[in-house]
Design a protein around this ligand. Structure first.
Ligand code: AMP
Ligand code: MG
Length: 420
Protein backbone atom coordinates (compact mmCIF):
# COMPACT_ATOMS: atom_id res chain seq x y z
CA UNK A 1 0.00 0.00 0.00
CA UNK A 2 1.34 3.46 -0.88
CA UNK A 3 1.94 6.05 1.85
CA UNK A 4 -0.77 8.33 0.40
CA UNK A 5 -3.39 5.58 0.24
CA UNK A 6 -2.51 4.37 3.75
CA UNK A 7 -2.90 7.91 5.09
CA UNK A 8 -6.26 8.28 3.32
CA UNK A 9 -7.57 5.02 4.87
CA UNK A 10 -6.32 6.07 8.29
CA UNK A 11 -8.45 9.25 8.06
CA UNK A 12 -11.78 8.00 6.75
CA UNK A 13 -14.59 5.85 8.07
CA UNK A 14 -14.22 2.54 6.25
CA UNK A 15 -16.80 -0.14 5.42
CA UNK A 16 -16.84 -3.31 7.52
CA UNK A 17 -15.65 -5.55 4.69
CA UNK A 18 -12.62 -3.36 4.07
CA UNK A 19 -11.82 -3.24 7.78
CA UNK A 20 -11.95 -7.03 8.10
CA UNK A 21 -9.89 -7.62 4.95
CA UNK A 22 -7.30 -5.10 6.16
CA UNK A 23 -7.00 -6.83 9.56
CA UNK A 24 -6.73 -10.30 8.03
CA UNK A 25 -4.08 -9.17 5.56
CA UNK A 26 -2.01 -7.63 8.35
CA UNK A 27 -2.10 -10.68 10.65
CA UNK A 28 1.10 -12.73 10.36
CA UNK A 29 1.12 -16.51 10.76
CA UNK A 30 3.28 -17.01 13.85
CA UNK A 31 6.35 -19.22 14.00
CA UNK A 32 6.47 -22.76 15.31
CA UNK A 33 7.24 -24.47 18.60
CA UNK A 34 7.47 -28.12 19.60
CA UNK A 35 4.82 -29.37 22.03
CA UNK A 36 4.30 -32.75 23.66
CA UNK A 37 1.57 -34.84 22.04
CA UNK A 38 -0.66 -34.57 25.11
CA UNK A 39 -0.65 -30.77 24.76
CA UNK A 40 -1.36 -30.67 21.03
CA UNK A 41 -5.17 -30.58 21.11
CA UNK A 42 -6.48 -27.44 19.38
CA UNK A 43 -3.08 -26.42 18.03
CA UNK A 44 -2.33 -26.28 14.29
CA UNK A 45 0.42 -28.49 12.86
CA UNK A 46 3.21 -26.32 11.42
CA UNK A 47 4.87 -29.14 9.48
CA UNK A 48 3.80 -32.45 7.95
CA UNK A 49 4.18 -35.40 10.32
CA UNK A 50 5.38 -38.35 8.22
CA UNK A 51 4.99 -41.85 9.57
CA UNK A 52 7.97 -44.19 9.64
CA UNK A 53 5.64 -47.07 10.46
CA UNK A 54 2.68 -48.97 9.09
CA UNK A 55 -0.49 -48.94 11.19
CA UNK A 56 -1.41 -51.66 11.77
CA UNK A 57 2.12 -53.04 11.59
CA UNK A 58 0.97 -56.46 10.29
CA UNK A 59 -2.22 -57.96 8.88
CA UNK A 60 -4.42 -58.90 11.84
CA UNK A 61 -7.81 -60.22 12.73
CA UNK A 62 -10.87 -58.00 13.17
CA UNK A 63 -12.70 -60.81 15.02
CA UNK A 64 -12.33 -63.64 17.47
CA UNK A 65 -12.34 -66.80 15.31
CA UNK A 66 -10.16 -68.96 13.09
CA UNK A 67 -7.56 -68.02 10.49
CA UNK A 68 -8.20 -70.15 7.41
CA UNK A 69 -7.33 -70.59 3.75
CA UNK A 70 -10.34 -69.42 1.77
CA UNK A 71 -9.62 -72.13 -0.84
CA UNK A 72 -10.32 -74.79 1.84
CA UNK A 73 -13.91 -73.69 2.42
CA UNK A 74 -15.48 -74.38 -0.99
CA UNK A 75 -17.55 -77.26 0.39
CA UNK A 76 -18.62 -75.63 3.69
CA UNK A 77 -19.56 -76.92 6.17
CA UNK A 78 -15.96 -78.09 6.41
CA UNK A 79 -13.83 -79.58 9.22
CA UNK A 80 -10.32 -78.16 9.74
CA UNK A 81 -7.61 -79.28 12.14
CA UNK A 82 -6.57 -76.60 14.67
CA UNK A 83 -2.76 -76.30 14.47
CA UNK A 84 -2.27 -73.46 16.92
CA UNK A 85 -3.78 -70.79 19.17
CA UNK A 86 -2.62 -67.20 18.99
CA UNK A 87 -3.81 -64.74 21.64
CA UNK A 88 -3.46 -61.01 20.76
CA UNK A 89 0.06 -59.85 21.56
CA UNK A 90 1.73 -63.15 20.66
CA UNK A 91 2.80 -64.38 17.22
CA UNK A 92 3.00 -68.02 16.14
CA UNK A 93 5.03 -69.26 13.19
CA UNK A 94 2.91 -72.34 12.48
CA UNK A 95 1.65 -71.93 8.92
CA UNK A 96 -1.93 -72.62 7.98
CA UNK A 97 -1.54 -75.43 5.43
CA UNK A 98 -4.47 -77.03 3.50
CA UNK A 99 -7.02 -78.53 5.87
CA UNK A 100 -5.90 -76.58 8.96
CA UNK A 101 -6.81 -73.47 10.93
CA UNK A 102 -5.30 -71.31 13.70
CA UNK A 103 -7.51 -70.10 16.52
CA UNK A 104 -7.04 -66.38 17.08
CA UNK A 105 -8.55 -63.26 18.63
CA UNK A 106 -9.23 -59.66 17.68
CA UNK A 107 -5.87 -58.05 16.90
CA UNK A 108 -3.96 -61.33 16.49
CA UNK A 109 -1.51 -61.33 13.58
CA UNK A 110 -2.75 -63.43 10.62
CA UNK A 111 -0.45 -66.50 10.52
CA UNK A 112 1.43 -67.39 7.31
CA UNK A 113 -0.69 -69.26 4.77
CA UNK A 114 -4.04 -67.91 6.02
CA UNK A 115 -5.97 -65.29 4.06
CA UNK A 116 -9.34 -65.06 5.80
CA UNK A 117 -10.87 -65.23 9.27
CA UNK A 118 -14.08 -67.10 10.13
CA UNK A 119 -15.73 -65.52 13.13
CA UNK A 120 -16.23 -67.75 16.13
CA UNK A 121 -20.04 -67.49 15.89
CA UNK A 122 -19.90 -69.36 12.53
CA UNK A 123 -17.87 -72.29 13.94
CA UNK A 124 -18.04 -75.22 16.36
CA UNK A 125 -14.88 -76.44 18.06
CA UNK A 126 -14.46 -80.07 19.22
CA UNK A 127 -11.54 -82.47 19.78
CA UNK A 128 -8.89 -80.29 18.20
CA UNK A 129 -11.04 -79.73 15.12
CA UNK A 130 -13.19 -76.79 14.05
CA UNK A 131 -16.36 -77.12 12.02
CA UNK A 132 -16.78 -74.09 9.76
CA UNK A 133 -20.49 -73.79 9.04
CA UNK A 134 -20.53 -70.95 6.51
CA UNK A 135 -18.00 -69.77 3.96
CA UNK A 136 -16.86 -66.16 4.52
CA UNK A 137 -15.80 -63.88 1.64
CA UNK A 138 -12.14 -64.15 0.63
CA UNK A 139 -10.11 -61.87 2.91
CA UNK A 140 -13.01 -61.58 5.37
CA UNK A 141 -12.22 -60.08 8.80
CA UNK A 142 -8.60 -59.38 7.91
CA UNK A 143 -7.27 -55.89 8.55
CA UNK A 144 -4.46 -55.23 6.06
CA UNK A 145 -1.06 -54.02 7.24
CA UNK A 146 -0.96 -50.25 6.75
CA UNK A 147 -4.71 -49.93 6.11
CA UNK A 148 -4.75 -46.91 8.45
CA UNK A 149 -1.28 -45.42 7.82
CA UNK A 150 1.39 -46.57 5.37
CA UNK A 151 5.11 -46.02 6.02
CA UNK A 152 6.10 -42.69 4.42
CA UNK A 153 2.52 -41.41 4.52
CA UNK A 154 1.75 -37.94 5.89
CA UNK A 155 -0.21 -38.87 9.02
CA UNK A 156 -1.08 -35.24 9.88
CA UNK A 157 -0.53 -32.50 7.29
CA UNK A 158 0.78 -29.01 8.01
CA UNK A 159 -2.19 -26.70 8.61
CA UNK A 160 -4.33 -29.37 10.30
CA UNK A 161 -6.07 -28.24 13.50
CA UNK A 162 -5.31 -31.11 15.88
CA UNK A 163 -8.43 -32.91 17.11
CA UNK A 164 -8.79 -36.02 19.29
CA UNK A 165 -8.51 -38.43 16.32
CA UNK A 166 -5.32 -36.70 15.14
CA UNK A 167 -3.85 -37.04 18.63
CA UNK A 168 -4.64 -40.77 18.50
CA UNK A 169 -3.21 -41.20 15.00
CA UNK A 170 -0.02 -39.47 16.09
CA UNK A 171 0.19 -41.72 19.15
CA UNK A 172 -0.29 -44.81 16.94
CA UNK A 173 2.77 -43.88 14.86
CA UNK A 174 4.87 -43.26 17.97
CA UNK A 175 4.99 -39.47 17.66
CA UNK A 176 5.73 -38.08 21.14
CA UNK A 177 5.88 -34.39 20.19
CA UNK A 178 5.14 -32.24 17.18
CA UNK A 179 5.71 -28.78 15.76
CA UNK A 180 2.72 -26.42 15.93
CA UNK A 181 2.18 -22.72 15.40
CA UNK A 182 2.76 -20.57 18.43
CA UNK A 183 -0.20 -19.14 20.32
CA UNK A 184 -0.33 -15.33 20.14
CA UNK A 185 0.22 -13.48 23.41
CA UNK A 186 -2.50 -10.86 23.74
CA UNK A 187 -1.91 -7.90 26.06
CA UNK A 188 -5.12 -6.45 27.46
CA UNK A 189 -4.92 -2.83 28.49
CA UNK A 190 -8.01 -1.18 30.02
CA UNK A 191 -8.09 2.62 30.05
CA UNK A 192 -10.48 4.92 31.91
CA UNK A 193 -10.44 7.10 35.02
CA UNK A 194 -13.82 5.67 36.02
CA UNK A 195 -12.64 2.06 36.28
CA UNK A 196 -12.26 0.07 39.49
CA UNK A 197 -11.11 -3.53 39.98
CA UNK A 198 -13.60 -6.36 40.21
CA UNK A 199 -13.06 -6.78 43.96
CA UNK A 200 -13.72 -3.09 44.69
CA UNK A 201 -17.14 -1.58 45.26
CA UNK A 202 -17.69 1.15 42.67
CA UNK A 203 -18.25 4.62 44.14
CA UNK A 204 -20.32 7.33 42.44
CA UNK A 205 -19.40 7.52 38.75
CA UNK A 206 -17.22 4.45 38.91
CA UNK A 207 -17.52 1.31 36.79
CA UNK A 208 -16.08 -2.15 37.35
CA UNK A 209 -13.41 -3.02 34.78
CA UNK A 210 -15.28 -5.92 33.23
CA UNK A 211 -13.72 -5.57 29.77
CA UNK A 212 -10.45 -7.10 30.93
CA UNK A 213 -12.30 -10.24 31.99
CA UNK A 214 -14.44 -10.37 28.86
CA UNK A 215 -11.48 -9.90 26.55
CA UNK A 216 -9.18 -12.30 28.41
CA UNK A 217 -11.89 -14.98 28.23
CA UNK A 218 -12.52 -14.29 24.55
CA UNK A 219 -8.78 -14.37 23.79
CA UNK A 220 -8.42 -17.69 25.59
CA UNK A 221 -11.44 -19.11 23.77
CA UNK A 222 -9.78 -18.06 20.49
CA UNK A 223 -6.65 -20.05 21.44
CA UNK A 224 -4.50 -17.09 22.50
CA UNK A 225 -2.66 -16.42 25.78
CA UNK A 226 -4.02 -13.30 27.49
CA UNK A 227 -1.64 -11.06 29.42
CA UNK A 228 -3.61 -8.72 31.67
CA UNK A 229 -2.19 -5.25 32.35
CA UNK A 230 -3.33 -2.86 35.10
CA UNK A 231 -5.97 -0.17 34.58
CA UNK A 232 -4.50 3.00 33.10
CA UNK A 233 -6.09 6.38 33.93
CA UNK A 234 -6.87 8.93 31.23
CA UNK A 235 -3.41 10.55 31.14
CA UNK A 236 -1.58 10.61 27.84
CA UNK A 237 1.88 9.81 29.24
CA UNK A 238 0.57 6.88 31.31
CA UNK A 239 -1.32 5.42 28.39
CA UNK A 240 1.71 5.77 26.12
CA UNK A 241 3.97 4.03 28.66
CA UNK A 242 1.45 1.22 29.14
CA UNK A 243 1.18 0.71 25.37
CA UNK A 244 4.97 0.48 25.09
CA UNK A 245 4.93 -2.28 27.73
CA UNK A 246 1.98 -3.99 26.06
CA UNK A 247 3.83 -4.09 22.73
CA UNK A 248 5.99 -6.93 24.07
CA UNK A 249 2.99 -9.12 23.21
CA UNK A 250 2.01 -10.19 19.69
CA UNK A 251 -1.32 -8.38 19.88
CA UNK A 252 -2.41 -5.43 22.02
CA UNK A 253 -6.05 -4.81 22.90
CA UNK A 254 -6.75 -1.47 24.53
CA UNK A 255 -10.26 -0.71 25.72
CA UNK A 256 -11.78 2.75 25.97
CA UNK A 257 -10.56 6.18 24.92
CA UNK A 258 -10.90 5.86 21.14
CA UNK A 259 -13.85 8.09 20.30
CA UNK A 260 -13.79 11.83 19.78
CA UNK A 261 -14.01 13.19 23.35
CA UNK A 262 -11.25 15.23 24.99
CA UNK A 263 -10.31 12.29 27.19
CA UNK A 264 -10.08 9.88 24.30
CA UNK A 265 -6.32 9.79 24.38
CA UNK A 266 -5.57 6.30 23.11
CA UNK A 267 -5.16 7.22 19.43
CA UNK A 268 -2.50 9.83 20.19
CA UNK A 269 -0.84 7.56 22.73
CA UNK A 270 -0.60 4.80 20.09
CA UNK A 271 1.08 7.22 17.70
CA UNK A 272 3.46 8.35 20.45
CA UNK A 273 4.32 4.69 21.11
CA UNK A 274 5.30 4.22 17.46
CA UNK A 275 2.17 2.40 16.35
CA UNK A 276 1.27 3.05 12.72
CA UNK A 277 -2.47 3.68 12.46
CA UNK A 278 -4.01 1.61 9.66
CA UNK A 279 -7.61 2.67 10.21
CA UNK A 280 -9.78 4.49 12.70
CA UNK A 281 -13.58 4.35 12.56
CA UNK A 282 -15.57 1.67 10.81
CA UNK A 283 -19.06 2.30 9.39
CA UNK A 284 -20.69 0.00 11.93
CA UNK A 285 -22.80 -0.05 15.05
CA UNK A 286 -21.75 -0.95 17.66
CA UNK A 287 -18.01 -0.37 17.46
CA UNK A 288 -17.70 2.61 15.15
CA UNK A 289 -14.56 4.12 16.82
CA UNK A 290 -12.49 0.92 16.40
CA UNK A 291 -8.79 1.68 15.81
CA UNK A 292 -6.43 -0.73 14.10
CA UNK A 293 -2.70 -0.26 13.84
CA UNK A 294 0.56 -2.09 13.98
CA UNK A 295 4.17 -1.76 14.96
CA UNK A 296 6.25 -4.15 12.87
CA UNK A 297 4.46 -7.50 13.11
CA UNK A 298 2.61 -6.56 16.31
CA UNK A 299 -1.06 -5.76 15.85
CA UNK A 300 -2.90 -3.21 17.96
CA UNK A 301 -6.67 -2.96 18.30
CA UNK A 302 -8.02 0.11 20.05
CA UNK A 303 -11.38 -1.26 21.14
CA UNK A 304 -14.22 1.03 22.25
CA UNK A 305 -14.90 1.02 26.01
CA UNK A 306 -18.55 0.08 25.85
CA UNK A 307 -18.65 -3.60 26.79
CA UNK A 308 -20.83 -4.73 23.88
CA UNK A 309 -18.81 -2.72 21.36
CA UNK A 310 -15.55 -4.15 22.68
CA UNK A 311 -16.73 -7.76 22.50
CA UNK A 312 -18.43 -7.40 19.11
CA UNK A 313 -15.22 -5.90 17.70
CA UNK A 314 -13.30 -8.77 19.26
CA UNK A 315 -15.50 -11.43 17.66
CA UNK A 316 -15.56 -9.80 14.23
CA UNK A 317 -11.99 -8.48 13.85
CA UNK A 318 -9.65 -9.66 16.62
CA UNK A 319 -10.66 -13.32 16.65
CA UNK A 320 -9.99 -13.90 12.91
CA UNK A 321 -6.57 -12.28 13.33
CA UNK A 322 -5.76 -14.52 16.33
CA UNK A 323 -6.89 -17.61 14.43
CA UNK A 324 -4.78 -16.72 11.39
CA UNK A 325 -1.75 -16.13 13.62
CA UNK A 326 -2.14 -19.69 14.98
CA UNK A 327 -2.13 -21.11 11.45
CA UNK A 328 -5.87 -21.77 11.17
CA UNK A 329 -7.33 -21.62 7.67
CA UNK A 330 -10.91 -21.33 8.90
CA UNK A 331 -10.74 -18.08 10.79
CA UNK A 332 -14.25 -16.64 10.81
CA UNK A 333 -17.26 -17.49 12.95
CA UNK A 334 -19.99 -19.54 11.27
CA UNK A 335 -22.79 -17.63 9.53
CA UNK A 336 -26.35 -18.85 8.98
CA UNK A 337 -29.03 -17.10 6.98
CA UNK A 338 -32.12 -16.49 9.08
CA UNK A 339 -35.47 -14.79 8.52
CA UNK A 340 -36.03 -11.79 10.80
CA UNK A 341 -39.07 -12.33 13.05
CA UNK A 342 -40.10 -8.66 13.35
CA UNK A 343 -38.93 -5.48 11.62
CA UNK A 344 -35.99 -3.59 13.17
CA UNK A 345 -35.11 0.10 12.72
CA UNK A 346 -31.43 0.77 12.25
CA UNK A 347 -28.97 3.55 11.54
CA UNK A 348 -28.67 4.23 7.81
CA UNK A 349 -25.17 4.15 6.27
CA UNK A 350 -23.83 1.89 9.02
CA UNK A 351 -23.65 -1.90 9.10
CA UNK A 352 -25.54 -2.79 12.26
CA UNK A 353 -24.93 -5.96 14.26
CA UNK A 354 -28.33 -6.62 15.77
CA UNK A 355 -28.27 -8.86 18.84
CA UNK A 356 -30.69 -11.71 18.11
CA UNK A 357 -31.74 -15.09 19.38
CA UNK A 358 -31.87 -17.86 16.76
CA UNK A 359 -34.50 -20.58 16.62
CA UNK A 360 -34.91 -23.53 14.26
CA UNK A 361 -38.37 -23.72 12.67
CA UNK A 362 -39.76 -26.02 9.95
CA UNK A 363 -39.18 -23.11 7.52
CA UNK A 364 -35.55 -22.69 8.54
CA UNK A 365 -33.78 -20.54 11.12
CA UNK A 366 -35.59 -17.48 12.47
CA UNK A 367 -33.85 -14.56 14.22
CA UNK A 368 -35.65 -12.53 16.87
CA UNK A 369 -34.08 -9.21 17.87
CA UNK A 370 -33.48 -8.85 21.59
CA UNK A 371 -35.22 -5.93 23.29
CA UNK A 372 -31.99 -4.47 24.70
CA UNK A 373 -29.71 -3.26 21.89
CA UNK A 374 -27.66 -0.75 23.94
CA UNK A 375 -23.89 -0.92 23.65
CA UNK A 376 -23.68 -1.19 27.43
CA UNK A 377 -26.02 -4.19 27.75
CA UNK A 378 -23.48 -7.00 27.81
CA UNK A 379 -26.03 -9.54 29.05
CA UNK A 380 -27.57 -9.36 25.56
CA UNK A 381 -24.43 -11.13 24.28
CA UNK A 382 -24.77 -13.97 26.76
CA UNK A 383 -25.25 -17.61 25.95
CA UNK A 384 -27.36 -18.17 22.84
CA UNK A 385 -26.96 -14.68 21.38
CA UNK A 386 -26.03 -14.13 17.75
CA UNK A 387 -25.35 -11.08 15.57
CA UNK A 388 -27.62 -10.33 12.63
CA UNK A 389 -25.81 -8.26 10.02
CA UNK A 390 -28.02 -5.35 8.89
CA UNK A 391 -26.61 -3.82 5.69
CA UNK A 392 -25.70 -0.09 5.55
CA UNK A 393 -28.16 0.78 2.75
CA UNK A 394 -31.25 -0.07 4.83
CA UNK A 395 -32.75 2.11 7.59
CA UNK A 396 -35.26 -0.60 8.45
CA UNK A 397 -34.80 -4.35 8.31
CA UNK A 398 -38.14 -5.78 7.17
CA UNK A 399 -39.77 -8.71 8.96
CA UNK A 400 -39.51 -11.97 7.03
CA UNK A 401 -36.40 -10.98 5.03
CA UNK A 402 -33.38 -13.26 5.41
CA UNK A 403 -30.11 -11.80 6.70
CA UNK A 404 -26.72 -13.28 7.53
CA UNK A 405 -26.39 -14.05 11.24
CA UNK A 406 -23.00 -14.55 12.88
CA UNK A 407 -23.19 -17.47 15.30
CA UNK A 408 -21.22 -16.79 18.48
CA UNK A 409 -21.39 -20.19 20.18
CA UNK A 410 -22.27 -23.72 19.18
CA UNK A 411 -25.48 -23.63 21.26
CA UNK A 412 -26.84 -20.91 18.98
CA UNK A 413 -26.69 -22.93 15.78
CA UNK A 414 -29.41 -25.46 16.36
CA UNK A 415 -31.51 -26.91 19.10
CA UNK A 416 -29.59 -29.47 21.14
CA UNK A 417 -30.97 -33.01 21.20
CA UNK A 418 -29.64 -36.50 21.79
CA UNK A 419 -28.60 -37.88 18.35
CA UNK A 420 -30.62 -41.12 18.77
P1 AMP B 1 -14.90 5.16 26.42
O1 AMP B 1 -14.83 4.43 25.11
O2 AMP B 1 -13.60 5.29 27.10
O3 AMP B 1 -15.56 6.49 26.22
O4 AMP B 1 -15.83 4.31 27.36
C1 AMP B 1 -17.21 4.21 27.11
C2 AMP B 1 -17.91 3.55 28.29
O5 AMP B 1 -17.51 2.20 28.33
C3 AMP B 1 -17.51 4.11 29.64
O6 AMP B 1 -18.37 5.10 30.03
C4 AMP B 1 -17.64 2.93 30.57
O7 AMP B 1 -18.95 2.90 31.09
C5 AMP B 1 -17.45 1.76 29.67
N1 AMP B 1 -16.14 1.17 29.88
C6 AMP B 1 -14.95 1.66 29.50
N2 AMP B 1 -13.94 0.83 29.85
C7 AMP B 1 -14.52 -0.21 30.47
C8 AMP B 1 -14.03 -1.40 31.07
N3 AMP B 1 -12.73 -1.68 31.08
N4 AMP B 1 -14.92 -2.26 31.61
C9 AMP B 1 -16.24 -1.98 31.59
N5 AMP B 1 -16.76 -0.89 31.04
C10 AMP B 1 -15.93 0.02 30.50
MG1 MG C 1 -12.80 6.29 28.64
Amino acid sequence: MTQGRAAAIARRVIPVGEALATVCAAAPVLGAERVPLAGALGRVAAADVVSARAVPAAANSAMDGFAVRHADLGGAPVRLRIVGVEPAGSVIDTPVVPGTAVKLFTGSVIPPGADSVVKVEDTEERDGMVLVRAMPAAGANVRAAGEDIRPGQVAVAAGTPIGPADVGVLASIGCVSLVVHRRPRVAILPTGAELVEVDETPGPGQVVNSNTYTLAAAAREAGAEPVVLPITRDRAADIRAAIVTALEADVVLTSGGVSVGELDLVKDALAAAGVERIFWQVAQKPGRPLVFGRRGERLVFGLPGNPVSALVCFYLYVRPALRRMQGHRRIHLPVVHAALAGSVRKAKALTEFVRVQLAETPDGPVATALAAQGSGVLSALGSGAALLVGPPELSELPAGRRFPVVVLGEMTLAREAPPF
